[in-house]
Each structure stands twice: as structure tokens, then as C-alpha cells.
Ligand binder design. Structure first.
Ligand SMILES: Nc1ncnc2c1ncn2[C@@H]1O[C@H](COP(=O)(O)OP(=O)(O)OP(=O)(O)O)[C@@H](O)[C@H]1O
Ligand SMILES: [Mg+2]
Length: 509
């Protein structure tokens, strides 16, 4: 329908009434140098740290370094067309990301722009990527467990909601897999999972997303990706952007888990930006603030007090080591910032002991207190037995003839090691873990050959579903194991062990 000229005139007059005419102040600067994703800008006054700057061609960046007369701007877009001499404008706004329920089930970049082709994200709000961590008064003690479904973690290094636990290990030792498995295990819990990939290979990110989509509850996950080939600015803001998205749920009284894969790559990006903006290099050429940028990021993970809604944000940052060197700069920094570390060992990984957790070097500094009491009782002296076994094993390798007691310890230790193995993307329920620990600690598995122990472990969940169907749900609900259930369960386990020993176990219990 053609527009009536009278309507058009009225609309134009109305628009003119509300439009401010006349001179307008504009913060305008000039690009002095540009290269490798960083621009040095002169002539811009009144710029804040992290303020978004807009180039004449529409590209954006943010101010990272505010030296007198010269601003170091890190680009958020590929900037092929930006040249020295171009105009730059201050926007007055700091870098922010969309937050809200609409992000659930989505794959986005660190600015919340969709990468999954499912259309724009309907944000509930935009919040800055840098936000203050909750204060001491606003926090509560970490008391609720995070069930990761990974036997070695849940039994020996239990995590609590609000904890920060570092996953650290050499290249390709199963770090990402461990973190993704912990996210998959939340498919039946009330936790929301956020996976932040910083500088990762596209194939690795694709595998992680596929695993979450096929095995986990992707509708309660958010994936934030800043690939290795993206602008350094995007990689730099990714962990902070993920934290802001996760805090939305924490502040609503919900529970969230954030995995940051990985902070070594983030530190390398930070170093690159610092060197390009000519900040003085320190140890290993990292600038002096590399500890601070990670500390202020991870401090945002917290368990909130009842007055603040009681929500929690658990963080699993990942760091890569070189030849197992935990005392390198970034791993030591992160170990001292977090509440414990899970160390993955390349030698164990290559021997086929997966997850390749080094039991001697790993520790959980707060989560142990939150471990489900029934699992703690079932695991009993597992840690001690296993540590003694590892020592004895080295000792007896030189050919000594072990006496009876030592032989028993070696037998038990080898079975413990077998039960701590777990294939990827196969999280166990609390009930499976309790039954596994009860069986190994009661010595039921001692007479079995190791191959049969592996079978026992693999078939246990199906066995419980068939022969003790109410046990998993009762345990999940009450967290208690009463005497009759305990006795019935031990009978079921003993019968299964006998059938495995004499080869009559059904292929699929
Ligand atoms: N528990 C497991 N069982 C079987 N295979 C596993 C297990 N954990 C990891 N893997 C396999 O080991 C390989 C390396 O794992 P992953 O990519 O998680 O290691 P990473 O330490 O994150 O590597 P990168 O240093 O490249 O990031 C993958 O092919 C993965 O499938
Ligand atoms: Mg990885």
C-alpha cells in the first residue's frame, strides 16, 4: 500500500521533534599502528579500560592498555581493512555479553554471537565481562558435592559446588575428556554446564560438542568458542565472557559448572597482547599481571550465602604442562589460585590407565568434606591402600619374593587400579560407585583375574538395574545405605563375582 504523504509528513515532524540537532561531541582518535590483532591509537581521551572502540570501517576492539597519549586496543574482529591513519571512536561502553536462559543449548562466540546457525540469541540482559567476585560476606562454605561420575575423582578427589579445581597435564593426556565427562554426568542433575574453548583446535571443539550432544543434556549446556584462528581479543575475553554467562545462573540461586579449556592458551594470548602493546616482560616473557588476570577470573566461582540465594558456580580450569613440569610459571600460578588439582600423567595414559590421574600429585582441598558420606564409608582406606600398593609395586619390581601380606596388598592394589579405570563418556551413578567400592574394599574382587575385574566394572550398572533395581534411586534420594540393603547388595555382588569366576556370567546382565 503506498504511504499517504500526509502521514509521512507527520511522521517526519514527530521524528524531528525527538532528534537532537546541532553539534555533537564525538571521541575520535587515529590509528597509529596496526598489526597482529592489536592497534595503537592516539588522540582518544577519556577512554576507560575495556571500553569498546569502533573503527571507521565498523570493526570493533577494546582498550587494554591506557598509556598517556597512546591506547593499546585489542581487536575483536578480523581487521584486514583497518589501516594506520583511520579514525577510531570511543563508545563509552565496556565489553559486555548477552546473558539469560536463551543461551542454553547454544554454541556462541565470546560476544554471544551464534555459531550454530540457529539465529540470534534473545538476551535477557547485557552484562560486562569483568565483574567483581562475591565478597567474603556473600559467600558460604562449600558443602554440597558435585557428582562427576568419574570413579577416581568422586572417590579420591571429591569436588564440591563452588570449588575451583585445576585439571593439569601434558598435551593429549585426556584433560578435555575428563572435563567433558564431568559435564555429561550432569545430564541428570540440576547443574548447568558452560564449556569455554580458548584457542583449541576446531576438531577438538567439534568432538567435545558432539559428546555433549549425544551423551549429555545439551539443552542445559552453553558452549563458548574462541578458536585458535580467531582475533586475539576474542580469545582473551572468552573466559570472562563464559564466567558472566555462568554467573547469571549462580546469582539466580541455581548451580553452574564452568570448564575453561585452557588457561595456558589464554596466558599465551595475554603474553602476545602484552608484548605487542610493549608492556615489560617478566618471567617466561609473561607480563607481571598474568597471575592477577587468572586470580580475578577464578575468584568469581563461589558458593553464595543463603541471603544471596544460595547458588553456586564451580570452575574446572584446564592447564597444559610441558613434559609434566608442574613448576612452570602458569601451572604453579594456577595451582596456587585453585582449591586443588587433578594431575594427568602422560606415562599412565600411554600405559592405558585412563583417566590417567596421578594419585600422588592430585589433591582436592575443600571438596573432600562434601563427599557423599555413603561413598566415603564405602571407599574407606582406598587412598591409603592404593598409595601403599604403588610404593610396594616399585619395590618388588626389583625381584624380591613378596611374603603373604605383601602379596595380598599387591593383589588388592592391582584390583583397585583396575576399578579406577574408566572409558570416556561413561559416567557412573553414585550407586555404581558405591557398589564398586564396597566390592573392592570387601575383597570380593581379590580372587578374580584382572580381565574379569574389568568385566565386573563394565557390567556393574546393568547388574544393579537388574538385581537391585531400587538401590540406585533410593541412594540418590536418601544418600543412605541401611543394613538390610547393604546385606542384599553384598549378596548380589558376591553372586556376580562367583559367576564371573566360573565363567557363567551372562554376557549382558
Ligand atoms: N578415559 C578415556 N578412555 C579412552 N580414551 C580416552 C580417555 N580419555 C581420553 N581419551 C582419548 O585420548 C585422546 C586425548 O584426549 P583429550 O583430547 O581429552 O586430551 P587433551 O589432554 O585435552 O589433549 P590436548 O592437549 O590436545 O587438548 C582422545 O582421543 C580421547 O578420546
Ligand atoms: Mg584438550
Amino acid at each position: 500500500m503506498p504511504l499517504d504523504p500526509a502521514d509521512w509528513i507527520t511522521a517526519t515532524k514527530d521524528a524531528l521533534k525527538t532528534t537532537a540537532l546541532g553539534p555533537r561531541a564525538e571521541h575520535r582518535g587515529r590509528v597509529e599502528e596496526i598489526g597482529d590483532g592489536v592497534a595503537m591509537i592516539s588522540g582518544l581521551r577519556d577512554v576507560r579500560l575495556d571500553e569498546v572502540l569502533r573503527f571507521a570501517g565498523g570493526q570493533t576492539g577494546f582498550a587494554r592498555v591506557l598509556d598517556p597519549g597512546l591506547i593499546g586496543c585489542v581487536l575483536l574482529d578480523a581487521a584486514m581493512d583497518v589501516q594506520a591513519g583511520d579514525a577510531v571512536f570511543g563508545t563509552g561502553e565496556v565489553v559486555g555479553v548477552p546473558v539469560g536462559e536463551a543461551l542454553l543449548g547454544r554454541v556462541v562466540d565470546p560476544l554471544g554471537r551464534p555459531l550454530d546457525g540457529k539465529g540470534p540469541v534473545e538476551a535477557e540482559a547485557h552484562l560486562p565481562i569483568e565483574r567483581p567476585a562475591p565478597s567474603i560476606i556473600e559467600r558460604d562454605l562449600v558443602t554440597q558435592p558435585v557428582q562427576t561420575g568419574i570413579v577416581v575423582v568422586d572417590t579420591l578427589f571429591a569436588l564440591g559446588r563452588g570449588q575451583r579445581e585445576l585439571i593439569v597435564g601434558d598435551h593429549s593426556t585426556g584433560k578435555t575428556t575428563l572435563a567433558i565427562d564431568a559435564m555429561i554426568a550432569q545430564a541428570h542433575s540440576d547443574m548447568i554446564c558452560i564449556y569455554v574453548a580458548v584457542g583449541q583446535k576446531t576438531s577438538s571443539v567439534r568432538r567435545a560438542i558432539d559428546a555433549l550432544q549425544s551423551q549429555g543434556n545439551f539443552a542445559r549446556c552453553i558452549v563458548v568458542v574462541a578458536g585458535a584462528s580467531e582475533a586475539p581479543g576474542l580469545q582473551w575475553i572468552a573466559p570472562y565472557a563464559g564466567m558472566t554467562m555462568a554467573e547469571y545462573f549462580r546469582d539466580k540461586g541455581q548451580h553452574a559448572l564452568i570448564v575453561i579449556d585452557d588457561l595456558s592458551k589464554h596466558a599465551a594470548t595475554h603474553r602476545e597482547i602484552a608484548l605487542l602493546t610493549r608492556q615489560s616482560p617478566g618471567r617466561e616473557a609473561y607480563p607481571g599481571d598474568v597471575f592477577y588476570i587468572h586470580a580475578r577470573l577464578l575468584e568469581r566461582a563461589a558458593k553464595l550465602s543463603k541471603e544471596r540465594g544460595g547458588g553456586s558456580l564451580t570452575a574446572l580450569p584446564i592447564a597444559e604442562t610441558d613434559s609434566g613440569n608442574l613448576s612452570a610459571y602458569i601451572p604453579t600460578n594456577l595451582i596456587s589460585i585453585t582449591d586443588g588439582q587433578i594431575v594427568l600423567d602422560a606415562a599412565l595414559f600411554h600405559q592405558g590407565q585412563k583417566p590417567a590421574v596421578d594419585v600422588g600429585l592430585s589433591v582436592s582441598r575443600v571438596g573432600g568434606k562434601t563427599q557423599a558420606p555413603v561413598l566415603r564409608r564405602a571407599a574407606g582406606t582406598l587412598r591409603l591402600d592404593y598409595a601403599q600398593f604403588l610404593e610396594l609395586e616399585v619395590f618388588t619390581r626389583f625381584g624380591g619374593m613378596p611374603d603373604g601380606r605383601v602379596r595380598d596388598q599387591l593383589t588388592r592394589g592391582a584390583r583397585i587400579r583396575e576399578t579406577l579405570r574408566q572409558s570416556q563418556h561413561a559416567p557412573l551413578r553414585l550407586a555404581d560407585e558405591v557398589a564398586l567400592m564396597l566390592a573392592v574394599q570387601a575383597g570380593l574382587l581379590d580372587p578374580l583375574p584382572l580381565a574379569a575385574v574389568a568385566q565386573f566394572r563394565a557390567k556393574l550398572p546393568a547388574l544393579l538395574d537388574r538385581d537391585a533395581p531400587e538401590f540406585p534411586s533410593v541412594l540418590a534420594k536418601t544418600g543412605e545405605l541401611d543394613d538390610t540393603t547393604h546385606k542384599d547388595l553384598m549378596d548380589v555382588l558376591a553372586r556376580f563375582v562367583t559367576s564371573l569366576a566360573d565363567g557363567t556370567a551372562p554376557a549382558n546382565p
